[in-house]
Design a protein around this ligand. Sequence first.
Ligand code: MN
Length: 514
Amino acid sequence: MTDTVRIFDTTLRDGEQSPGCSMNLAEKLTLARQLERLGVDVIEAGFPIASDGDFESVRAIAREIRGASVCGLARTGQADVERAGQALEGAARPRIHTFIATSDIHLEHKLRMSRERVLEEVDRAVRQALSYCDDVEFSAEDATRSDWDYLVRVFTVALDAGARTLNVPDTVGYTTPDEMAALFRHLKAHIPGIERAVLSTHCHDDLGLAVANSLAAVRAGARQVECTVNGIGERAGNTAMEEVVMAIRTRPDVYAGIATRIHTEEIYPSSRLLSSIIGVAVQPNKAVVGANAFAHEAGIHQDGVLKAAITYEIMTPRSIGRPSNELVLGKHSGRHAFRDRLAELGFALEGDEFERAFKRFKDLADKKKSIFNEDLEAIVADAVLQTDERFHFQQLTVLSGSFPMPTATVELLIDGQPRKTTATGVGPVDAIFKAVTELTETKSELVRYQVNAITAGLDAQGEVAVTLSEGGRRVIGHGAHYDVLVASAKAYIHALNKLEWHKKRHQVAEPKGV
Ligand code: MN
């Protein structure tokens, strides 16, 4: 008998609320479809009361996703739970996740509530949530800094009110593996009727212990792990999904009788898709999904791996869906080969999206001999994920060299209308950005400009990430092209489109979750 550890993915909620990781509706839907293919049990799609944009995203994902539970976050307030319930209408398997802080630190300084009052809130919120759906999760925010006996009382109230998942968040990333395991054993031993609920863990990586703490919780009885793709999330991030899943899979001797339902060969496509959406690369030495995670550099290691991979490889790149970086397509490849290759990389494109990507591929194949998987991922990011555009790139001409005043002429479609202007700058990128700023009449501040080669070789595509800031909001725009100046223009325009999208949402102060 195998015991299932449920994977609760909060990339679209806890991950999305971290700086530089915001996504628009189209991007969230694209990622949710990939999470469904990955086989996560629960997709936490957002915090519906936080903003209209969050509400709409949860609603759209709830209506479309059928292969996973779709969850909305809510504080215990009546309006929060109601909004979550409304956003989840139409979901195949809706879940409301309600939470309140339980540590004395939070009770005193944030909630200004007594312990007894918090118990009443928990009972009321869980019952209200059950009027919208059968599946209710309760979280005790800052659980790891809460009094253990009080936690037992809180979870007992939630369980008796009907919650069937009890989540123990290490909200501030403070606990250690031994302490976490002891806490789970304490809860299992002291909550009457605990066998009717699933215990869950939600960890943050402030001390680099999120994955270790989550796995310690699993060993002590947790059967749901809350996590994110690439470990994105508040501050130092959340538990990295790919690390927990591969640890459980690679060490069946340690995690005996325990398995997740994740299709591990979708791990790498999920990681790459998220990176391309938010424009945040994974560190090269990141476990499982980093660029160097399977690169054997030392001669003695290379020799061993060539003789038998098992000498230095504890898991195979194939098991996480990492394609070998061979030449994949060229200019003679047709629609069919292109579609197949995209499918292997985890991208299922249809209709206009597919046609845009295919045209972009043909253009690139004309200019560049070898099209690698990373090139295809950039094409998909470029063609698919930028549908919500107010500003659309058309043409760019740049004059630059060892003479003063580099000059850029930029043509854009703005709200569908063609616009064109010429500007000069201290360098070609400066000239391009000035021309775009003039055309779009925007007032953002350039925080960071970063260029990377996507693949090796002189004809490699350039990938540019541009960080802009306006009114306290930071966004990252992303552009790829074999001409790094065109990539720069596209990245800048992508960032401006993201800022426009945020302005449209009319956000006030957004509450944040566990
Ligand atoms: Mn969190």
